[in-house]
Design a protein around this ligand. Structure first.
Ligand SMILES: Nc1ncnc2c1ncn2[C@@H]1O[C@H](COP(=O)(O)OP(=O)(O)OP(=O)(O)O)[C@@H](O)[C@H]1O
Ligand SMILES: [Mg+2]
Length: 250
């Protein structure tokens, strides 16, 4: 049984169909890249999976259960966390506080009105560990809004990972990063994934990133799935090449 199973996902806005009968799966521990030209429907698929927008048709199952009508909080409790194409942090809070909120969300003591000192310390130590893993420990006490764009994206990844997901949805984690930052992020992602058996569904424009990390690639074009397979097979697929060439010639 796949960890994530989307079948027949469809989204229409009035007469316009932006996601058209898309089925895809992600196995436990698998890294799947969702690629396609601008406007292909990638972010919409994420929003449908995460229940952020209402689907017109289709079904989403996670770990064998229907996850329709669940809030982002409940999804995170079940092991599905996400980042956004536009960075989504608490800019006034410190870097550490941003991660600590995520650690707390998965902590058994989260419902206690007053946490013990021991629990507070433990939560903070766990948050610091995540920051160290994305190499942001030195920035722990700055506010998130003060970080560079690239570091904010790393903080978002740390926050999503601190929820201890089984599956993480990453929408363009390297968007707006320099070539150097992008390469560093890829190295980081790979090392994080080696340590933990987390499945990833990744939207990414940078094909170097995609081919660097993906076990499998799903290609969308104009809302439809046009390819789904191993990186080499997808790279050589004429329909995929046409979709990308079409964009370059537009
Ligand atoms: N709220 C909305 N109402 C109407 N149409 C929308 C809405 N949101 C997205 N769309 C349309 O749906 C299509 C798919 O958009 P989506 O953002 O999913 O594409 P994408 O593949 O993520 O693109 P990009 O690579 O630019 O991020 C686009 O044509 C977009 O204009
Ligand atoms: Mg998008």
């Amino acid at each position: 049984m796949p960890l994530l199973e989307c079948s027949g996902l469809t989204k229409r806005w009035g007469a316009v169909t932006t996601v058209d009968d898309v089925s895809l799966t992600v196995e436990a521990g698998e890294v799947v890249a969702l690629i396609g030209p601008n406007g292909a429907g990638k972010s919409t698929v994420f929003n449908l999976i995460a229940g952020a927008i209402k689907k017109t048709a289709g079904a989403v199952r996670f770990a064998g259960e229907s996850v329709e009508h669940l809030s982002a909080y409940d999804l995170a409790q079940k092991g599905l966390s996400r980042t956004y194409q536009i960075t989504c942090l608490f800019p006034q809070l410190t870097v550490l506080e941003n991660v600590r909120l995520a650690v707390q969300a998965r902590s058994p003591g989260r419902l206690r009105p007053v946490a013990s000192k021991a629990l507070v310390d433990k939560t903070e130590a766990a948050a610091m560990e995540w920051l160290a893993r994305v190499r942001l420990a030195d920035s722990a006490h700055r506010t998130a809004g003060q970080l560079s764009h690239g570091d904010q994206r790393l903080l978002e990844i740390a926050t999503a990972l601190a929820l201890q997901p089984k599956l993480i949805l990453l929408d363009e984690p390297t968007q707006g990063m320099s070539v150097e930052e992008t390469r560093a992020t890829v190295r980081l992602l790979k090392s994080l994934l080696e340590d933990a058996p987390i499945a990833v569904l990744l939207v990414e424009h940078d094909l170097e990133v995609v081919f660097g990390v993906a076990d499998r690639i799903v290609v969308l074009d104009q809302g439809r799935k046009i390819a789904d397979g191993k990186p080499e097979a997808v790279r050589n697929d004429p329909a995929v090449q046409r979709a990308y060439l079409g964009v370059e010639h537009a």
